[in-house]
Design a protein around this ligand. Sequence first.
Ligand code: FAD
Ligand code: SF4
Length: 565
Amino acid sequence: MYISDKNKQLNTYDAIVIGSGISGGWAAMELCKKGMKTLLLERGRDVKHIVDYPTATLNPWDFKAGLNNTMKDREIDPVQSTAYSPADKHFYVSDAEHPYIQEKPFNWYRGYQVGGRSLTWGRQCYRLSDLDFEANHQDGFGVDWPIRYKDLEQWYSYAESFIGVSGNRENLKQLPDGEFLTPMELNCIEKHLGDSIRKHDEHRLLTIARVANLTRGWDHRGPCQNRNLCNRGCPFGGYFSSNSSTIPAAMATGNLTLRPFSIVTEILFDEQQQKAKGVRVIDTLSNEVYEFYAKIVFVNASTIATAGLLLNSVSSRFPDGFGNGSGQLGHNLMDHHSSAGAYGVHEGYTEQYYKGRRPCGFLIPRYRNLQHDKSLDFKRGYNIQGHGERQEWMDKAQSIDGFGEDFKAQLTTPGPWTIWMAGWGECLPYFDNKVSLDNSRKDKWGQPLLKIDFSFRENEHKMMTDIQHTCGEMFEKAGFKNIDTFNYNKPGGSTIHEMGTARMGHDPKTSVLNKFNQMHEAKNVFITDGSCMTSSACQNPSLTYMALTARASQFAYEQLKKGDL
Ligand SMILES: Cc1cc2nc3c(=O)[nH]c(=O)nc-3n(C[C@H](O)[C@H](O)[C@H](O)COP(=O)(O)OP(=O)(O)OC[C@H]3O[C@@H](n4cnc5c(N)ncnc54)[C@H](O)[C@@H]3O)c2cc1C
Ligand code: SF4
């Protein structure tokens, strides 16, 4: 490809960010705020805040088949249709159009658009603690994290203060408190379970979820109206997304160029300078190939796509993938498991009806493998997430027969209070849980298909059994009836917390990134999406990506100023 000097100049920026989801939006905002001319490349279409939320105010009966997917949806999108409904289908890719290879079943849920999965995420925000940052070092599984909680603490506060997180301070060592807005309220059955847990076990407690939903107006957004329709995009800006928050803030600096419809296919290596010089892009509207250049590159395409992009970026210096001297790139893929839990029915509180449309549930923070219970037969731990509600007509409509007045009366009589809860559990970093490329099979852009080979192992399965047991036990002690302890045995990817394919570490021989998310082997490349995670902990991870991104952006900026990049 010939590129004239003039075009090269036009296509040159201070920084390039690949991917505009949760972590890419943060990188773009931070770099733009520091005065850097930043190109944000996004493979999908543009989604403008408010304007492009076509279903945000629709009722179930406004959709052709209610909120049910059709047989055709399930056929064309066997994976994505298990996550989407007609209300948010437009924020998910089509499996038929974007295939990947599952060596073993793995649900790779994706949203290719400006904002990525920040539009559809569940907004749960939890800090990791030193219990998590020290875990690999303590039990020898995986490599040591090159950072500790104190390195990230101020950046967690910084991220929370920008996005707005509602929640309760609980003063727990394993789940540090943050900068919280007023918490949402537990309902009567959740309070009942919480009281019982507090009475029976000094090491457990139940608290309201910590979520990026605004309980008061915040930085020109919100407040949340408690509609529980967040996955459609929020016209009130009541929850954090790249579209409502980071991208507008980056735009406001005048330093951002946002380029949708731009698939980055390669990071280009400069053999002379021994660093990245830019990226190669396919414009999906014109099919033209372009090159863009910058002093630094932030890779935020999300864990699996980032691994694929780096593996596809080969050169004589990096024949096995960009920055892959360690041979770890694509390996150590993790996802939380969330299959095991329990459901129970309570016969009390029949005089209380209020369920509301609160857009979050509750959390029972990790209580396993802390100081007090060292004798368990699995490593690490899990937290419990769930919600309580009173059965209403929709819950009963499927299970009762009849017609006429009698039927109507049965339907309109509220059922009992119920609680569903499940464990979100840590997955260990196994080398052979991995992402690779199949060069013999290509997508419609001529790019090799991604191959995912992942399974949960003995440690995760033992943890699931323990979750069933402890959830059942908490329900029993709280007087619940008809307790059903379940294990859905969902495949990897189902919790949508993929992590670990380009991990951070002290040693370039065993890791891809250093303690500032900087590539060991190409100093001007930073990776701050989930691929950087050295272990998975059990907390929903996106807040950690935001904090790491803000920290890495500051480091990159300082290095650049010093002339070290
Ligand atoms: C239903 C659901 C519920 C969730 N709930 C939670 C939760 O409660 N808490 C939590 O912490 N996390 C949750 N998550 C996970 C969370 O959404 C992800 O952790 C987060 O979005 C990851 O951020 P990211 O920037 O790495 O990737 P994404 O947000 O996925 O963004 C990646 C972007 O990169 C683009 N891209 C990919 N490849 C390329 C390429 N080659 N060139 C250019 N652009 C590219 C994509 O189109 C996309 O826009 C949930 C996710 C879903 C779907
Ligand atoms: S529940 Fe709140 S944040 Fe979610 S869509 Fe409604 S108003 Fe917006």
